[in-house]
Design a protein around this ligand. Structure first.
Ligand code: NAD
Length: 249
């Protein structure tokens, strides 16, 4: 593993544009459970059925019941060594780093990363389904804690600004992420099973001569295409690679 880390550090040193595709696994070390790993609410079919666009439209009470269970526990969460290592690359080493994340937790930005595309939206904002007003999610959280459906002043139901199953992605942002992948000479896939479409199709846009490094606890369908694969925790491997690329030792 030492040699593989050295090789990735060398990639990083010579890379001029770095693109990152991150998933729920980069945030588990901050205490946010991912969805696909064995335990957790997501294994329950009724939860998966409820967190969808069609359930939100037909039965908002049911949607919010499960949505609250999934997300209300995410209080006082902080970026971990993985998020911070990416921010360091950009802010301390002056590298160009573009992060396309499937996460909705906002932790890359809290860590200090400046170029972040939130492919699946975020939990900071909500939009009224009737009048279209954008709201900050803070006020909504208290309502969810009291088991109330968050409503706009106009009486319309507020929808968190996250991409639910059945929702389209923001195509302008997705196109930008494709361009980042196409321009990068080094791509990191961090804590993602690479099974969620269309996010995983971003890898199809990479240059044939770009380097691909995957850090994920489990095997992914793209492991064979990668230059280096670490089946390990992002927070254990990435900071070491970043550190070594800086010092060269
Ligand atoms: P995913 O498909 O990205 O899978 C997560 C992967 O991370 C798994 O393969 C797991 O083995 C791996 N992993 C877990 N901890 C890790 C660690 N410390 N280091 C390296 N790898 C690790 O994501 P998912 O959980 O299937 O969720 C699907 C979608 O649900 C996401 O794309 C996102 O939209 C949403 N979600 C977001 C968050 C968040 O914002 N933090 C959390 C859960 C789910």
């Amino acid at each position: 593993r030492e040699q593989e880390i050295e090789a990735c550090a060398a990639f990083l040193q010579s890379a001029s544009k770095i693109a990152v595709l991150s998933g729920a696994g980069i945030s588990t070390e901050s205490g946010i459970p991912d969805f696909r790993s064995s335990n957790g609410l997501w294994q329950k079919e009724e939860v998966r059925e409820a967190i969808t666009r069609s359930c939100f439209s037909r039965q908002p009470e049911r949607f919010y019941y499960y949505f609250s269970q999934l997300f209300l526990s995410w209080t006082d969460i902080k970026p971990n060594q993985g998020h911070l290592a990416l921010a360091d690359l950009e802010n301390e080493q002056g590298k160009w780093v573009g992060i396309a994340t499937q996460n909705i937790d906002g932790l890359h930005q809290v860590a200090g990363s400046k170029q972040v595309i939130e492919l699946h939206g975020n939990l900071r904002h909500a939009v009224c389904q009737k009048c279209g007003t954008a709201k900050v999610m803070n006020g909504i959280k208290e309502k969810l804690e009291n088991k109330m459906i968050p409503l706009c002043d106009c009486g319309g139901i507020l929808k968190p600004k996250v991409v639910l199953f059945g929702d389209p992605l923001d195509m302008q942002e997705f196109r930008k992420a494709q361009i980042w992948m196409a321009q990068a000479d080094l791509i990191f896939c961090l804590g993602t099973s690479l099974t969620v479409t269309p996010a995983n199709t971003l890898l199809q846009h990479r240059r044939h001569d770009s380097k691909l490094v995957i850090i994920n606890l489990e095997a992914t369908p793209y492991d064979r295409e990668a230059d280096y694969v670490f089946h390990a925790k992002v927070g254990e491997i990435l900071p070491v690679i970043v550190q070594k690329s800086q010092t060269g030792d």
